[in-house]
Design a protein around this ligand. Structure first.
Ligand SMILES: *Cc1c(COP(=O)(O)O)cnc(C)c1O
Length: 386
């Protein structure tokens, strides 16, 4: 084998995509309820994005951050306007976006006389696979075998304000959470959680960092999930769905967090290159201006209502939850085999946190495709357990 065995055995070879469908090397077609893990929100080979990538590829792919680059400038302006933040730093992945956020929080501490800054993070969270982001992650499996970990992260219970107060110290500089925990099993916190967190951070002059790498780019029915609450974070990171499959990550910062990084503090060779930014600009514009946010919300309500109705009689279904097109169905046992069962039936989905079926279909889904996903998922669950 020429590839490191980081992904285990992969039995299916995918060669083509179009809209909500993927094809394997045998010519079999699959309905895609995963979107490359919340990446291809506008579907595969979307002509608008293909056109943007092609036009930029024949103009300028890369020139380095030693120069002004119009697509990077335009994307920065667009994301700043959309998010309510003041400025942007571009990297190439979610982990890199979070690395930038973590560096801002630490330097914010140092700038304010805190030499050993601590960031409070949540149990069950996922923030990436680099050393700092895996150290911030609240899943022991992600960290196992990689000590010594990066220090300065304090873990506590998600969706519990008192738990944060209990671990805070004079060295606390920030709280970093996902608005909905994705890899952790589509964990949706209480409606007022972000609002309370915002108030707590304000009282203590901590930065509120939201990891919207999975929830951003319109997936929950607003461009950023925090826009369902009446708050602004100090820092928000996003990546996955931002350029419909072209690698990109962004760290957006506001007010006091926006001025922390100075020349020489941070950088990236590829980050924000014209190709990735042109793809992102087309993606963001299309998601926001073509009714896809309202559509994600509408489809999400349909999925939840149908699953709740059709699975209410199955005693093995513990919970059905989510927001927009980020949907989890938790069973009372590990259910990884459902991935292959559904694949056999022509549907691609994912199971996360062992026992939660995770659906991340594209925002371009039709009602007929949504019905097909609902029927295949319900039949697969009822066929396996009832
Ligand atoms: C996927 C994910 C990351 C890591 O993103 P990469 O692009 O794989 O580095 C970080 N945080 C959250 C919430 C994610 O879902």
């Amino acid at each position: 084998m020429s590839l490191m065995n980081t992904y285990g055995e992969r039995s299916t070879t995918l060669v083509k995509g179009e809209g909500a469908y993927l094809w394997d090397d045998q010519g079999r077609r699959y309905l895609d309820a995963l979107s490359g893990i919340a990446v291809c929100g506008l579907g595969h080979a979307n002509p608008i994005i293909t056109e943007a990538i092609t036009a930029q590829a024949s103009t300028l792919v890369h020139a380095s951050n030693l120069f002004n680059l119009p697509p990077q400038q335009q994307l920065g302006e667009k994301l700043v306007a959309l998010s309510g933040m003041d400025n942007a730093f571009f990297g190439n992945s979610g982990a890199e976006a979070n690395e930038a956020a973590i560096k801002i929080a630490r330097k914010f501490g140092h700038d304010n006389g805190i030499d050993e800054p601590e960031i409070i993070v949540a149990d069950n969270s996922f923030h990436g696979r680099t050393m700092a982001t895996l150290s911030a992650t609240g899943n022991p499996k992600v960290k196992k075998g990689f000590s010594p970990l990066v220090s300065g992260f304090v873990h506590t219970e998600f969706n519990n304000i008192d738990a944060i107060k209990a671990v805070a110290t004079k060295n606390t500089v920030a709280v970093m959470v996902e608005p909905i925990q994705g890899e952790g099993g589509i964990r949706v916190p209480a409606d007022d959680y972000l609002k309370q967190l915002r108030a707590l951070c304000d009282q203590n002059e901590w930065l509120l960092i939201l990891d919207e790498i999975q929830t951003g780019a319109g997936r929950t029915g607003k461009f950023f999930a925090y826009q369902h609450s009446d708050i602004l974070p100090d820092i928000v990171t996003s990546a996955k769905g931002l350029a419909n499959g072209v690698p990109i990550g962004v760290c957006l910062a506001r007010a006091k967090a926006a001025g922390v990084l100075q020349p020489g503090n941070h950088g990236s060779t590829f980050g924000g290159n014209p190709l990735a930014c042109a793809a992102a600009l087309a993606t963001v514009t299309t998601v926001c201006e073509n009714g896809y946010l309202a559509r994600a919300q509408e489809l999400g309500e349909k999925f939840l209502a149908h699953f709740r109705e059709k699975l209410s009689g199955n005693p093995h279904v513990i919970d059905i939850r989510g927001m927009g097109l980020l949907i989890g169905i938790e069973l009372d046992r590990d259910c990884g085999e459902l991935v292959d069962i559904c694949k056999e039936a022509g549907l691609i989905l994912n199971v996360t946190a062992g026992s939660t079926i995770r659906l991340l279909p594209p925002l371009i889904l039709t009602d007929a495709q949504a019905d097909e996903i609902i029927n295949l998922v319900v039949n697969s669950i009822n066929g396996l357990l009832n």
